[in-house]
Design a protein around this ligand. Structure first.
Ligand code: ATP
Ligand code: LTN
Length: 336
């Protein structure tokens, strides 16, 4: 078990460097990570090894990893406070990942809905074995850091459950080694839907750009996307996700950007035009300092690399102790 208990819970969450970060990622998740770093011992990994499960083009993964790192720092993750690291910079992930592959069963992996969905979507495409064993690597990400809590959305619940199961199985076989993490429902972030298709969530993998607000979109593009947002024809401003998904999405975005409740915002508008314009302006305003900081960071790659090196060193200090404990508890022959 962890030797030195922390006074605050250790919380870990990771993000894949695939696709471009959008407003849904920010308002729904990243903004909470920024608040959370001051309340707990926060670890955030950019999981480039996980992205390998669906990457087959050379030369793109490093760039998207760097861009995602700049984004995480730009939204406010403070490298002095939180531990932000790139997964492949901490070789213990791959090493413990193998141990986890030998602890999880084929049957358990076969039941993962993410694997079933993603492999079905890839149809005739190549389905790597890594896509199948992905949850074993994810378990390693979590267990390496003695994480007490893992805040994830509903889609990741199964992967955290499997992590708990393999941790308990390993502890049962080889003695107390891993902290069994709790799944925590993240503080409610805004749910952001596609501006063109307001019943679908805003998603990196959606097929049109017009409905997605990217974190790095220019102000004019953002305002245009809001101006063209799909609403409905009854003309009444009311917060009602089921009946009025488009209008409610605009209300929720504006509320999230201005720290108000959707009901407060809804009460202030009678027409769609001003609601769209104000939601667009509020997003432009909230993204401006983030974009400024992002471009500053991307202009100083040496500094960005330094921040990631510091993160990787902090991460390795914890991860290497856990891996060593794991090998010792199994009773593997030490090279010394
Ligand atoms: P994909 O389309 O490939 O599933 P995604 O855009 O959903 O990607 P993820 O990388 O799966 O993004 O998620 C990163 C984080 O952002 C997760 O915590 C997820 O819950 C959150 N998130 C993603 N989309 C939204 C959204 N539209 N509204 C609120 N939160 C979101
Ligand atoms: N599978 C997750 C990303 C992820 C993760 C993790 C999340 C990889 N390792 C560890 C929490 C903890 C996803 O697809 N969003």
């Amino acid at each position: 078990m962890r030797r030195y208990p922390c006074p605050v819970p250790r919380v870990l969450s990771c993000i894949q460097p695939t696709g471009v970060v959008h407003l849904g990622n920010y308002l729904g998740a990243l903004r909470n990570w920024v608040v959370g770093q001051h309340e707990c011992d926060a670890f955030h990994g950019i999981v480039d090894l996980h992205a390998l499960t669906v990457t087959d083009r050379p030369g793109v993964l490093g760039t998207s990893t760097l861009e995602l790192a700049a984004t995480l720092f730009a939204v406010g993750l403070d490298p002095e406070v939180a531990t932000v690291f790139v997964q492949s910079h901490v070789p213990e992930h791959a090493q413990l990942g193998w141990v986890m592959e030998c602890t999880v069963s084929y049957g358990e992996l076969s039941r993962m809905t993410q694997f079933k969905d993603k492999s079905a979507k890839r149809e005739a495409d190549f389905v790597s074995a890594g896509l199948f064993t992905y949850p074993a690597l994810q378990a390693a990400d979590i267990l390496l850091y003695d994480a007490d809590e893992v805040p994830v959305g509903e889609d990741q619940r199964q992967h955290i459950e499997i992590t708990r199961d393999v941790a308990m199985r390993f502890n049962g076989r080889f003695g107390d080694t891993f902290v069994v993490p709790k799944i925590v429902t993240p503080r409610a972030g805004a749910k952001v839907t596609d501006l063109q298709e307001p019943t679908a969530k805003m998603s990196k993998s959606s097929n049109t750009d017009a409905g997605i607000v990217y974190l790095l979109d220019e102000p004019a593009a953002i305002l245009k996307k809001f101006k063209r947002a799909v609403t409905d024809s009854d003309g009444e401003v009311r917060f009602d996700r089921a009946e009025k998904p488009g209008v409610s999405n605009l209300i929720e975005i504006l509320a999230a950007c201005t720290s108000r409740t959707p009901q407060q915002v809804a009460g202030e508008y009678t027409q769609y035009g001003p609601l769209k314009a104000d939601a667009g302006e509020a997003v432009v305003e909230i993204l401006a300092p983030i974009q400024h900081r992002y471009h500053e960071l991307m202009g100083d790659k040496a500094e960005l690399s330094r921040l990631l090196r510091t993160g990787a060193e902090k991460a390795r200090a914890v991860a290497s102790a856990t891996l060593e404990r794991t090998y010792t508890n199994i009773g593997m022959l030490s090279p010394e």
